[in-house]
Design a protein. Structure first.
Ligand SMILES: O=P(O)(O)OC[C@@H](O)[C@@H](O)c1c[nH]c2ccccc12
Length: 258
């Protein structure tokens, strides 16, 4: 069993619990009252590098990263620093996140918000929309067969922007077949948790010309952002370095100016 298999088993148990508490019909009713999602594409396509700043308490590779008692305040600092979007980890067991964090961030900031989770069912996309997300992460590695297509289509129907995450050339080919507009390359292999930023350098040339190119993971400082930029990233997604920074607002400014 890989690390990812273990994470997904926990995700499915937690999902079953939530589904027993809130029906899909109830979620759909909430969505019909919710305002339309924001479009992150103008921010992602703006000149220079754009940053997605992540609210991340812990991770399977590093354990506890930061306490984050007030995720909305952290997100406000990210937005003040110029983040193009905020990513909120909502997975509970390994990352210490929740849908409450997503809602708190949504209520605080005007920039687009990404639900970062292991999304494997339509129900989770309805949840994302009901709790105020504008984007939803779809990881190719955990969506075999037609499931990727189905969830990508549903996300678009719900007005969410799908961020399709890849880690291999085959996964990029699957993302391209879908016509995905926003494609991430995760430098972290989720089956082993090893980070190698050069994976982005190697794979970026295979991304479709028209897609928004997102480099995910492994940024320690501005020089790493600059390197991803040289390798063709439009957007860089940063978690750990920002939650550990004493001054996330200045850190983002530095990343953008790098
Ligand atoms: O903390 P880092 O190394 O800056 O990484 C952030 C982000 O890329 C990482 O949290 C991530 C990328 N893809 C994921 C999928 C699920 C959970 C987490 C992730």
């Amino acid at each position: 069993m890989t690390v990812l298999d273990g994470i997904l088993a926990g995700v499915r148990e937690d999902l079953a619990q939530r589904q027993s508490e809130v029906s899909l019909a109830e979620l759909k009713a909430r969505v019909s009252d919710a305002p339309p999602p924001l479009d992150p594409l103008p921010g992602f396509r703006a000149p220079g590098v754009s940053i997605i700043a992540e609210v991340k308490r812990k991770s399977p590779s590093k354990g506890e990263l930061a306490a984050i008692p007030d995720p909305a305040a952290l997100a406000a600092a990210y937005a003040a620093g110029g983040a193009a979007a905020i990513s909120v980890l909502t997975e509970q067991r390994r990352f210490g996140g929740s849908l409450q964090d997503l809602a708190a961030v949504r209520a605080e900031v005007d920039v687009p918000v990404l639900r970062k989770d292991f999304i494997v069912t339509p129900y989770q996309l309805w949840e994302a929309r009901a709790w105020g997300a504008d984007l939803a992460l779809l990881m190719v590695v955990s969506l075999p067969g037609g499931l990727l297509d189905e969830l990508h289509g549903l996300a678009l129907e719900l007005g969410l922007t799908p961020l399709v995450e890849t880690h291999t050339e085959d996964e990029i080919a699957r993302a391209a077949e879908l016509g995905a507009e926003v494609i991430g390359i995760n430098a972290r292999d989720l089956t082993t948790l090893e980070v190698d930023r050069a994976v982005f350098q190697k794979l970026a040339p295979h991304l479709p010309e028209s897609s928004v190119r997102i480099a995910e993971s492994g940024v320690a400082g501005p020089e790493d952002v600059a390197e991803y930029r040289r390798w063709g990233a439009d957007v860089v997604l940063v978690g750990e370095a920002l939650v550990r920074s004493g001054d996330p607002r200045s850190s983002i400014r530095e990343f953008i100016g790098s």
